[in-house]
Design a binder for this molecule. Sequence first.
Ligand SMILES: Cc1ncc(C[n+]2csc(CCOP(=O)(O)OP(=O)(O)O)c2C)c(N)n1
Ligand SMILES: [Mg+2]
Length: 570
Amino acid sequence: MNGADLVIRFLLDKGVRHAFGYPGGPVLVLYEAIHKADFPHILTRHEQGAAHAAEGYAKVSGRPGVIIATSGPGATNLVTGLADAYLDSVPLLAITGAVARSATGTDAFQEADITGVTQPVTKYNYLVMDPDELLPVLEEAWTLTTSGRPGPVLVNIPKDIMALPIDPDQANAAANTFVRHRPPVIRTRAMADQVYEALRHSRRPLLIAGGGCIIAPGGTDDLIQFVESLNLPVATTLMGKGAIRNDHPLYLGQLGMHGTPQANTALGTCDLLLAVGTRFSDRIIGDPAAYQSTGERVIIHVDIDAAEIGKNLRADIEIEDDAADFFEHILAARPEAYTSGQWLDWLTMLRSKRERYYQLKEAMYRAQSPLLPQYVIHQVAQALQGQNPIVVTDVGQHQMFVAQHFPVESPRSFITSGGLGTMGFGLPAAIGASAASPERTTVIFTGDGGFQMTVQELGLLAQLGLPVKILIMDNGCLGMVRQWQELFFDEHYSQSLLQNNPDFVKIADAYHIPAGLAAGPDDLNRQIGLALATRGPYLIHCILDPRENVYPMIPAGKMPQDLIMPGMDD
Ligand SMILES: Cc1ncc(C[n+]2csc(CCOP(=O)(O)OP(=O)(O)O)c2C)c(N)n1
Ligand SMILES: [Mg+2]
């Protein structure tokens, strides 16, 4: 057994059944080990695709996504995916090859200091320079991907270590010698009385459910029980979408820049903010200092990562806890004879705003040519209703339209690049998501811009034959950039119009993926029917009205109450 065999045996022992990667010189020994062990490796068409596919897999399954790449350019191609996973707390284990130890620092062929490069975008990373440390490092790295706040961990292994004979018994004996992981400090129990006391004094409370509520295993069942037991209104962040049923009477929808009027009104005017598993990013809270200086409110912040507490917003009650543990303990600590009738007026006001917004939304589902993005999304959602599809987006206007108009049916079913906003994320992430759950339909909405950033992964999709239905939302432009230029830069459309877009149906055809064009509502509905009747992948090229803008919208840096929603106040 050599170092490479040890790596592969380690991954198999951990139950890894999908690893996404791309070979090269310094990892040839590792790929030989993959061959010998018949290890389930999936060859993407670009290392960025491997990273996003592993993210999609991890987001749906809750298990770490595994990536393998060669040294130098292979490893640097992972950087965007690692940064994306770092901001969205996605557990990834990346294994990269490095030049031989003797060549380190000589500018050898395909040498890049990948531990240095990825240090700021990984939860932790390693350069293994001692073969005795290989297994202990892998064990620790694996634990770190999911412990506490999940995130990406990279292990960089010089090629001579991969080739070195290793005594498996000796390696096993040393396996857990330096797992530094500490269990998190659980503090809800100690703070529960204070939380209920704050709720008792509140007239306008709001619960924010962030991505942490989705990530924490079982976090959403207790969340729903908690809000129902208190009649507490709840809003989600983009990453928290799916934590609660879309038509739940206490759900206000999504918060933030493109969130709903009712959720943002609640955020702007609440007197008690209970935020669980969210970092109060600028897309949610705008300017934190301005938010904190307007309105008297008690802020309670619960997060598994102590470093997030007090980082963007100072809270009055700070709880370092996992979202699932928080809801479990807070439910258990509920005082008897607890009443929450004092905020009925608040609920009534928020619900009437929600009603009005729903009317405006319905009016957006107009059948016209060229198509309206809201209509396309609505039609697809209707066709898949009750089937619990996995919904994936790329980044841009279409992403926000999907967040607003596609009712996600369960946690871990809305897969999007939140924190980094990575164009090109969608297609590979959809493939990884579908690989994790091939019995479900995966539908991906992607822009004409972002799709062209990782379009080569159509090859992987065709090879795997997964049921991924692709909707190209072709508005002929970098829509989100165009929208900002229209609204804030005097309609100067500097470099945001996409000329010479390809015929996406022909591209699909070249990859042997069935496809069709939807220029109007009839085509669209026929194509949706065909896509869902086809077993494997299918691509629909939708021609959209390029002038459509995403509303509601809060201009950057403005307050929740500055939300623009045409028609809302008539
Ligand atoms: C890799 C990357 N480059 C640039 C951006 C900036 N950006 C955000 S949205 C957007 C436009 C996306 O255009 P398209 O994919 O066509 O989607 P649309 O907004 O038109 O729906 C751009 C350029 C980004 N988010 N990611
Ligand atoms: Mg576009």
